[in-house]
Ligand binder design. Sequence first.
Ligand SMILES: [Fe+2]
Length: 231
Amino acid sequence: MKRSEINTIMRESLAFLRARQFLLPPFATWTPEEWRKKGPECRDIVAQQLGWDITDFGSGAFDKVGLFLFTIRNGTFEDLKRTDGKIYAEKILIVQPNQVTPTHFHHQKMEDIINRGGGELVIQFWNSTPDERLADTDVVLSVDGVRTVIKAGTTITLKPGESVCIRQKQYHKFWGAAGKGTVLVGEVSRVNDDHVDNRFLDPVGRFPDIEEDEPPLYLLYNDYRRYYRNM
Ligand SMILES: [Fe+2]
């Protein structure tokens, strides 16, 4: 992705979130120059991988295969080993109609995906086999507390206010319903580490290669290491 495209998505996403009265924490709008001056008190933001996460999964076509995410809170995998660790996470996502997030599961993360307003979110499910392929067995979901059994490869559609709990190793693929508008999506989950916890059915680039055609407006969390001096 070009940095200019990422900057544009940041501007448009901030406007969309403001219009829906979903406001981001202060570090969302720290500039790269401000990041250079931040001290060790900001280490948790970096260690917990908080912040902007915009990806086209290597597709080169963000509108077709891509996702906007912002990690608002998170722990680390170290926290999972402690009885008093921060073992939860929260993200906000924006999904466009027909914009696909490719089929994947999480080894460790259980996540609730929540339609927080706008359009409708379509999610397709499969169980996984021991060798991490698509199983043909029925998928058992909890849809807002209601046990729901669907056939492998079929979809559910979340309307505003609705949510589903996705368990570890359940393959899922999602997109915004055609003709229904942009969807604001919440994610509440166990600790998240996108560098190690995702299994994509087909190879994708979870993080985009970036062509630096202009300076970053704000930093993606993968940019911190280039600007923050107190890692
Ligand atoms: Fe997921």
